[in-house]
Design a protein around this ligand. Structure first.
Ligand SMILES: Cc1cc2nc3c(=O)[nH]c(=O)nc-3n(C[C@H](O)[C@H](O)[C@H](O)COP(=O)(O)OP(=O)(O)OC[C@H]3O[C@@H](n4cnc5c(N)ncnc54)[C@H](O)[C@@H]3O)c2cc1C
Length: 395
């Protein structure tokens, strides 16, 4: 069946990035349709993450990640207040025993003009997080928590209230160029549009190929697993404790977070998933897996991070090892206190040379734009990403 309407824009992917982009384009009086394969928006990365409003302190200045996460955080916090969505912005502590590394982080915060970031040690640190094992840290007041599922619902509601259309259970299988228009074919219907935007997360590389592109990157799925600490131990953490991230990896490492609803969660690790949406070890898709394992970049990446990969897998399969990681950050947790909760899978672009692409990545096609890397902190940055895509395209 074909939808007779011609839209100004079609967006593939009803995650937080697709919906924010839809909202921003709609503000310019354009007709927009969002095409989403699931029965509701935000069921993948946008609904399965740590729920952290990132401060932006980690990202290299003058990158998309740095600029969009800081602008995005400000826009998001304003939006949450306006929509009365529950959130807390009480800060986090990044801990490490190496004072030189912490000083570098402090310097970075100055470069980024982030106010109130400070070194905290011993008593001062324990006043903030009394159960921290490590007694040297940097307190970052800008960090917070929210449930991004609620944010996705609010974006979808605002978009639809202003006349935007979201077509659910509409998996896109084909894209044609006909008489200067895009004809986007889903399992139920096809949609004509002047311009196409690909925000398909884990499948954004596949969608780019459907649009005739040959992207230099491949999306590799990395599962992040979480444990919840039992309710009777809720008092052990006030906000968030993060280890200092490895600058060579885009993942921030297992951290402890008091979520927007007050649960204490530990995670996520980073293990190769055996399917694009491989939320469990047993979710295996041989087609996806073969494509990953035969991609030249993946072979190089595997060689570079062989040891890290094996230890992440070992920790994933062994709860006691995961607990030891938690115990490096906080006192008072043993294996009986934790229970596994649903995981998320990151869409991480890897290039042919085997590099994990660090920054957000956008590629232009013929009357199309493809978001080929929007990993963390894209939820925090979502309003700024949408704003930036809209201004790029509408200019
Ligand atoms: C474990 C984990 C922890 C994270 N923690 C944080 C955090 O604390 N803070 C933060 O800011 N960010 C965090 N992130 C990152 C953040 O969640 C993502 O960057 C963000 O959600 C990406 O949004 P998206 O819209 O690009 O992708 P998605 O939410 O994955 O949306 C893509 C959508 O496209 C749809 N789709 C795919 N293929 C098709 C098709 N063929 N046809 C139609 N629809 C299709 C999918 O169903 C999906 O709904 C985390 C991510 C993970 C996985």
């Amino acid at each position: 069946m074909s939808n007779n309407k011609t839209y100004d824009f079609a967006i593939i992917g009803g995650g937080i990035v697709g919906l924010s982009t839809a909202l921003h384009i709609q503000k310019q009086n354009k007709s927009v349709v969002v095409l989403e394969k699931e029965k509701e928006p935000g069921l993948h990365q946008s609904g399965r993450n740590s729920g952290v409003i990132h401060s932006g302190i980690y990202y290299k200045p003058n990158t998309y990640k740095s600029e969009l996460s800081i602008r995005g955080r400000n826009l998001l916090v304003e939006y949450l207040a306006l929509k009365k969505i529950r959130y807390r912005q009480e800060g986090k502590i990044v801990v490490d025993n190496d004072l030189d590394k912490l000083t570098n982080l402090l310097e970075r915060s100055k470069e980024l003009e982030m106010e109130g970031v400070k070194l905290v040690q011993n008593e001062k640190l324990l006043n903030i997080e009394p159960n921290s094992v490590i007694l040297n840290g940097v307190f970052v007041p800008q960090a917070g928590v929210v449930d991004y599922k609620e944010v996705v619902q609010a974006y979808a509601h605002d978009f639809q209230e202003n006349g935007g259309e979201i077509k659910l259970i509409e998996e896109i299988k084909e894209i044609e160029n006909i008489n200067g228009l895009k004809n986007v074919k889903g399992v139920h219907s096809s949609y004509k549009c002047e311009f196409l935007i690909n925000c398909a997360g884990l499948f954004s590389d596949e969608i780019a190929k459907l649009d005739g592109m040959s992207p230099d990157v491949k999306i590799i799925p990395f599962r992040g697993e979480y444990y919840k600490i039992r309710d009777s131990k809720k008092e052990i953490l006030n906000n968030m404790i993060y280890p200092l991230a490895d600058p060579d990896l885009p993942f921030l490492g297992i951290h402890l977070t008091k979520t927007a609803n007050g649960d204490i969660e530990a995670g996520p690790n980073a293990v190769l998933a055996f399917s694009k949406e491989g939320y469990k070890w047993t979710d295996i898709n041989f087609v996806d897996l073969t494509k990953v394992l035969t991609f030249p970049g993946m072979i190089k990446l595997g060689k570079k991070y062989f040891k890290t990969g094996i230890s992440e897998m070992y920790r994933s399969l062994n709860k006691n090892v995961f607990v030891k990681e938690i115990q490096k950050l906080i006192k008072g947790v043993d294996p009986r206190d934790i229970q596994q909760i649903p995981s998320g899978v990151r869409a991480q672009a890897v290039d042919k040379a085997g590099n994990l692409v660090d920054d957000f990545l956008f590629e232009e096609g013929d009357s199309s734009l493809h978001v080929l890397n929007s990993p963390s902190p894209a939820a925090t940055a979502s309003l700024a990403i949408g704003e930036s895509i809209a201004s790029k395209i509408l200019d």
